[in-house]
Design a protein around this ligand. Structure first.
Ligand code: NAI
Length: 303
């Protein structure tokens, strides 16, 4: 029996990039797949039914089972239609992969309200909408798995991505909340922070020789390398694995830390701003985090 036999999986943003490889890998392992993709540009403009249909056709040509969906995750009614597509076509839903995404990079001080809202809508609101629409089915069948795509732009930091970083870290909070609230129904929820060469990463400006060299290295990170972890998390092999944040970069898999207090100071009688400056901050400064970006922490080449 195949690993995902009898399971129904929705992969959002599956018309290209990482999501396409998720859909193909899930289908190869026996899942019936809803291939959802609006067919938008990297910045989220436009609509094209082609990409979702093409991936669904690819799966069917290989003997798998798939149906295309072109609804936007960024709209509550449309998100419900994505889940309904799974129910209508296959009668159940076992895994939601919140993967759809767009970028509207701009330095914070120049970011427009539209740029902020568009990114929050697709990533954070879209993940909530699709996950929430599936929740009643997960609850009543007493099983289910959410796989939510986050990013080291949120977990660590990056220039020019205030909207994206906020959305991606918001997804971490959403994922943990879903894991907590649905644990009693045996529903699991985890995050994956991927590193992969896709059209999204292709938008990184590469002008200086240093930037060009970095981008060449990024090209060695294939989108298909992220899929085995998503397939695992969708499967019953991942029983008990919930509330975690994983990362995948080529042949490396990471488990990320989660926020816990690292140091505490106490002062009988309470603190004044001056006492904080004189005692609390010096006591804690050794544990301060520097203003790292993702590439400062992931400073070695993909393996
Ligand atoms: P991609 O741009 O190739 O794929 C994203 C897909 O989402 C596109 O096919 C697009 O049409 C679709 N989409 C956009 N808005 C949508 C909407 N409203 N409804 C439904 N579909 C929509 O990008 P990639 O790299 O494959 O990204 C996949 C996920 O991984 C995203 O959530 C992204 O933020 C995340 N990620 C990717 C990284 C990478 O290294 N490629 C790094 C960190 C996170």
């Amino acid at each position: 029996m195949k690993l995902l036999e009898n399971k129904v999986v929705i992969v959002t943003g599956a018309g290209g990039g990482i999501g396409r490889d998720f859909a193909l890998a899930m289908a190869e392992r026996g899942a019936k797949v809803v291939v959802n993709d609006l067919g938008a540009s990297v910045s989220g403009e436009g609509k094209d039914a082609g990409p979702a249909q093409k991936v669904a056709d690819e799966i069917k040509a290989k003997g798998g089972t798939a149906v295309a969906s072109t609804d936007s995750v960024a709209d509550w009614e449309a998100a419900n239609r994505i889940v309904k597509t799974a129910i209508d076509a296959f009668g159940r839903i076992d895994c939601v992969v919140n993967n759809a995404g767009i970028l509207r990079d701009r330095f914070f001080f120049n970011m427009s309200i539209e740029e902020w809202k568009a990114v929050i809508d697709v990533h954070l609101n879209g993940s909530f909408y699709v996950a929430r629409a599936a929740a009643p089915y997960f609850k009543s069948q007493n099983s289910g798995s959410y796989v939510n795509m986050t990013s080291t732009s949120g977990l660590i930091g990056n220039f020019g991505q205030a909207n994206y970083a906020a959305a991606k870290l918001g997804i971490v909070g959403l994922s943990k909340s879903m894991a907590l609230d649905m644990a009693k129904y045996h529903v699991r929820s985890n995050c994956i922070a991927p590193f992969a060469w896709s059209r999204m990463i292709g938008t990184i400006p590469a002008e200086t020789p240093d930037q060009k060299a970095r981008v060449e290295k990024l090209k060695s990170m294939q989108t298909s390398k992220i899929a085995p972890l998503a397939v695992y998390l969708a499967s019953d092999l991942a029983d008990g694995v919930t509330g975690q944040i994983f990362g995948v970069r080529a042949n490396e898999i990471f488990l990320f830390s989660q926020n816990r207090p690292v140091r505490s100071v106490h002062r009988a009688g309470g603190w004044t701003p001056e006492a904080i400056a004189e005692q609390a901050i010096p006591a804690m400064r050794a544990q301060f985090y520097s203003l790292d970006r993702s590439q400062d922490v992931f400073s070695w080449d993909p393996i």
